[in-house]
Design a protein around this ligand. Structure first.
Ligand code: FRU
Length: 521
């Protein structure tokens, strides 16, 4: 067994975030924060977005406007478990560094503020702004808990709010709800986009086991135009958080539409997951010949992900909630709960006879990387090599290889390990966190390894990219064709990477690099 040693002193760069600005009266200020200790707690992600404190779930209202990427999110400011939902808010200029903003939307007499989207109403179709100062309009679900407790089925309705100062302050529309409920128990998560096929706004809404498509001229009056999915895809749980957008098939002029549907439970490795459909959209109706579900991510911790509206160059940028309803409330963090995935660019590639949805970190993440080791590693048949590093928990590992049978184990001195097994003989990748660290907080969390079939890989060099943060691992195979995102809670840094060649032939890992990833906080 060979051993490559790399010792580094790792100093975290702590960027202190500016003190809270003026907060509108009658709104809660962001929680008082002890800046000196911010973002240094055990398991705190260093380059993923997480709230300063308290509970967060789905990304909401992803929209770009006047040089700013907005990230709203499901937020409960009073506890680290789910509760009456608000929309938390953060902004970024580069999708790398984030600035926290005051809470954007508070519950009101119509209910809690559940998930939804935001648009720039450029033509002021809503009349909330002016042509010179077009409004940002948020479209969300109201959840009336009193209705739920009374055993009714009509407690989820759709509401809107607008902002004339690029998201700093919001006013709810006086005519809410804009879509009442006719008795559908799960009726939520509106995704609205400008539909230039029919010059109207289109809204995607999930209704229990299917998708509904609605349209509108002014964001206030809506009409239902079609339904999709009663018999297609996975139905192991309720459909949630829809999204839909066109993508050019890479290297061609062909355009296909991709529909994202989150589902809970019913994901292939348990709990919550996000399926996708590739098909066509005529402006009113989504059609596809795809019957079986396909998954944007095979790990258990990428849920409720949606994409940005209004990105200037037409890129499709996706952010998911890095957790799973199975254990989201139980993870062993104390001050805050959960983080978002790194922002990922979505694209469509034809590989073999399949349109594959690719998701891969934005290039801007590279600005945080500092390469510490770069070499070529050759490992004999059935042999091992290893790399020591003072910690792997804020690190990217990346290489290219022709090999299809190998294993990577990230280990610490306490015997904890996260293992990635590329099992080409059985056309699958296994991400094993069953011994990764703290896992006893919930019975399903570390119960079984997670598998991902990789049955449509092209021949040739394969890129493997792994991003590890203090409580997550994201694996991208072949530039994002196959992806797994899992939370992990090691109780000590991983300080050893073992690489095992599980084939009889000698194998080479080319351009093998280990890079530290700077903290964004
Ligand atoms: C998805 C979800 C949404 C809902 C929100 C409530 O995680 O269940 O369907 O709007 O969370 O917080």
């Amino acid at each position: 067994m060979k051993k490559t040693t790399l010792l580094l002193t790792f100093s975290l760069v702590l960027v202190l975030i500016g003190a809270c600005k003026d907060v509108p009266k009658n709104e809660l200020p962001m929680q008082p924060v002890n800046l000196a200790n911010t973002y240094k707690e055990a398991y705190r992600p260093q380059y993923h977005f997480s709230p300063q404190e308290k509970w967060m779930n789905d990304p909401n209202g992803l929209v770009y406007h006047q040089g700013v990427y907005h990230l709203f999110y499901q937020y409960y400011p009073d506890d680290i478990v789910w509760g009456p939902m608000h929309w938390g808010h953060a902004v970024s200029k580069d999708m790398v560094y984030w600035e926290h903003k005051p809470i954007a939307l508070f519950p009101d007499e119509h209910g809690y503020i559940f998930s939804g989207s935001a648009v720039v109403d450029k033509e002021n179709s809503s009349g909330f702004g002016t042509m010179e100062n077009p409004p940002l309009v948020a479209i969300f679900t109201y959840h009336l808990s009193e209705g739920e407790e009374a055993g009714r089925n009509d407690y989820q309705t759709q509401g809107i709010a607008y902002s004339l100062d690029n998201g700093d302050s919001w006013a709810k529309y006086g005519g809410n709800p804009v879509i009442p409920n006719s008795g559908i128990k799960d009726f939520r998560d509106p995704k609205v986009f400008w539909n230039n096929k029919i010059n109207k706004w289109t809204m995607l809404l999930v209704a229990g086991d299917h998708l509904q498509i609605w349209d509108s001229d002014n964001l206030k009056e809506w009409e239902k135009v079609s339904e999709f999915g009663h018999t297609q895809g996975a139905h192991g749980g309720v459909w949630e958080c829809p999204d839909m957008f066109p993508l050019k098939v890479e290297g061609t002029d062909e355009e296909k539409w991709v529909l994202l549907i989150s589902i809970n439970p019913g994901a292939p490795n348990g709990g919550s997951g996000t399926q996708y459909f590739v098909g066509d959209f005529d402006g009113k109706r989504f059609t596809t010949d795809q019957q079986k579900p396909r998954w944007i991510d095979w790990g258990t911790d990428n849920y409720a992900g949606v994409t940005y509206n209004n990105i200037p160059n037409g890129d499709r940028i996706f952010i998911g909630w890095m957790s799973n309803w199975q254990y989201a409330r139980d993870t062993p963090t104390k001050k805050w709960r959960s983080a978002m995935t790194v922002p990922r660019k979505l694209s469509l590639k034809k590989i073999g006879d399949k349109h594959e949805l690719i998701n891969y970190p934005l290039k801007s993440l590279d600005t945080l990387l500092q390469t510490q080791l770069s070499k070529q590693l050759t490992i004999g048949g059935m042999e091992k090599d290893s790399v020591s590093f003072d910690h792997f928990n804020q690190t990217q590992v990346k290489f290219k290889t022709l090999a299809r049978n190998f294993m990577l184990s990230f280990k610490n001195t306490k015997g904890e390990e996260t293992v990635i097994h590329f099992d080409g003989k059985n056309s699958k990748v296994v991400l094993d966190r069953t011994a990764s660290g703290n896992k006893d907080f919930q019975v399903d969390f570390g119960k079984t390894p997670h598998y991902m079939p990789v049955d449509n890989l092209p021949e040739g060099l394969l890129e493997i990219r792994i991003l590890i943060d203090w409580s997550s691992v994201e694996l991208f195979v072949n530039g994002g064709q196959y992806v797994m995102t899992d939370q992990i809670f090691p109780t000590e840094n991983y300080s050893l990477l073992e690489l095992q060649n599980t084939s009889e032939e000698e194998t080479t890992f080319r351009e093998f690099t280990i890079s530290t990833i700077k903290s964004i906080w």
